[in-house]
Design a protein around this ligand. Structure first.
Ligand SMILES: Cc1cc2nc3c(=O)[nH]c(=O)nc-3n(C[C@H](O)[C@H](O)[C@H](O)COP(=O)(O)OP(=O)(O)OC[C@H]3O[C@@H](n4cnc5c(N)ncnc54)[C@H](O)[C@@H]3O)c2cc1C
Length: 277
């Protein structure tokens, strides 16, 4: 199908893009990588009055490390992130999750996508800009429900900030998909910091187990209390399966998703513990 008619703008600066978003009063869409937006337009599932193409705004693409935080311009490509030495050194969990541009993936908020789960696991935040100024939204407030964030319609997501992972932390992103390259039915992001058998920090977040990524805080607390041995991992994984309330759909029943959450939590934790020094 052909997309509906829309105005097209390709601003050269962030200020211009934000002014255009304000001018259309919520009836314009930002075009980033176009991977999700273009199919939505072609199927006429979205009918914006205008597209604001931000691909020419060079200052929106960067990876910068500053004071223990790694900041990404919203237009940083997934390929850049995959091969970034800063990401490999300071945020290896993000390099395990490799689809989409970072700003587009977070603004699109597909519940099965990987970057939203990593933002949630690592307590990241995004910076949004509009004609009213800039504000910061933490991962736990950014995602509202399926494909919906708390970004206002006239806000441009400009930066993504993730605290660098502690040196020596172990990490893994485990996913189950029916075919290679498909969106995961369930994904689990894990990070652990260990001190011998003791678990100093555990982070667990899901993809695909509900309308938004979910931090499995009670399972994390069990590991921080009981350590990283196999019995603790199994108990935390069992708790993880209880903590999620997934929906069923054509791809998997709710019960199967719950079961997978437990299996993948255990798998992610075992791999993370192996990697932790
Ligand atoms: C067949 C297919 C398979 C996929 N598989 C996976 C997968 O396995 N895992 C995974 O994580 N992802 C997957 N994706 C998702 C894909 O990576 C997303 O399309 C991508 O994450 C969206 O990024 P984009 O830059 O293409 O955004 P676009 O498609 O350009 O935009 C998506 C939405 O976000 C908004 N937006 C984009 N950037 C901004 C911004 N800076 N500020 C405000 N709003 C903005 C747009 O207006 C639009 O509403 C898949 C997509 C497809 C089509």
């Amino acid at each position: 199908m052909k997309p509906p008619r829309f105005d097209y703008h390709a601003p050269a600066t962030i200020d211009e893009a934000v002014a255009l978003l304000g001018r259309y009063g919520g009836d314009a869409k930002v075009l980033a990588g176009g991977q999700s937006l273009v199919p939505l337009l072609n199927f006429r599932l979205t009918r914006p009055a205008a597209l604001i193409d931000v691909n020419r705004i060079a200052p929106l693409a960067y990876v910068r490390e500053d004071n223990g935080t790694v900041a990404f311009g919203a237009m940083t490509r997934q390929r850049t992130i995959e091969f970034s030495p800063v990401v490999a050194r300071r945020l290896p969990l993000l390099a395990e999750a490799t689809r989409g541009t970072i700003g587009g993936s977070l603004a699109h908020a597909d519940p099965s996508a990987e970057y939203p789960a990593v933002l949630t696991a690592l307590d990241g935040e995004v910076v949004a800009q509009s004609s009213r100024g800039r504000r910061t939204l933490r991962a736990d407030t950014l995602f509202e429900t399926y494909l919906t964030t708390r970004l206002a319609a006239d806000e441009l997501l400009v930066e993504v900030r993730l605290p660098a992972m502690p040196a020596g932390s172990g990490y893994a992103f485990e996913e189950f998909a029916r075919r290679h390259g498909d969106f995961a039915i369930i994904g689990v992001a894990a990070m652990v910091v260990r001190d011998g058998a003791r678990c100093v920090t555990a982070r667990l977040a899901t993809a695909g187990a509900g309308p938004v990524p979910l931090r499995l805080r009670e399972a994390e607390a069990m590991l921080e209390r009981d350590g990283l041995g196999e019995p603790a991992i199994e108990a935390a994984a069992a708790r993880a399966a209880e903590l999620v309330t997934p929906d069923g759909d054509v791809h998997a029943t709710a019960e199967y998703r719950r079961h997978l959450t437990g299996v993948l939590t255990a798998r992610a934790l075992r791999r993370a513990v192996e990697r932790a020094r």
